[in-house]
Ligand binder design. Sequence first.
Ligand code: SAM
Length: 279
Amino acid sequence: MADIPALLRRFAIQPKRSLGQNFLVDEAALERIVAAAELKPGDSVLEIGPGLGTLTRRLAESVTSTGRVVAVELDERLIPVLRFTLAPYPNVELVHGDILELDPVELIRGGRMHVASYRVVANLPYYITSAVLRHLLEARIRPTRLVLTVQLEVAARLTAGPGEMSLLAVSVQAYGRPRLVTRLKAGAFYPPPKVDSAVVRVDLYEQPLVPPEELEAFFEVVRAGFGERRKQLRNALSRGLQRDAQTVATALARAGVDPARRAETLSPEEWVRVYQALM
Ligand code: SAM
């Protein structure tokens, strides 16, 4: 792995900060990411941003020749490098494109009718973390697990519990259970980023906490609740949803949630009860 700078030199590539190009060079970190994915022979994996293929190779070995890794890389300069480093792995399908413009289901399906269940592994460019999460959670067929390397601060927000919840935490926890796998120091990457990172694993529920056709209405309520920071729920919801305060207070009481509580103290299950009481 110490060869990453050499590989970049050989292909005359300068890592682009604008694409979040901090490549993993720490063997223990790579092992922990692969272990968190818990892949079996025959599994299908979507990797976002394979970079130089360092993680991709390990994923390809884990799923063996009966499995498949679809690796989507945006930077065209890295495609020849990936062709070179991944040449010994015929079970890797390299796609040049922007993950946000591509349908994860089509990528995994790859021309076949049947869509296998799939897992996503990604060392993400930090500026697209939220957009990628949303893209994956709203996919027609959702992955069963995500193993994401994200900024440490984002990992803390994703895995937060009642007392420190945010719109991002509820948005992810409505679909699955996130947990922190490990923290990564900046030195685990080349070049080192300015912030520390962490690996987060999200196990998706078979169904989100509310039926898929109600998610939009559910998130409207949650967004309204978080709309006015540090405001009591009764007032934030009343303003955000344009309902009178008494109706909201009655609904909150029905949901068993004190109207004077603040949005950040509610668990995802309490949000579901609040949403149902307001319907
Ligand atoms: N997986 C490699 C590793 O761990 O060493 C590289 C990770 S690097 C943090 C992020 C990678 O995502 C870069 O290779 C970058 O070019 C790629 N990337 C950035 N935006 C992307 C997008 N929208 N779609 C696909 N890949 C993207």
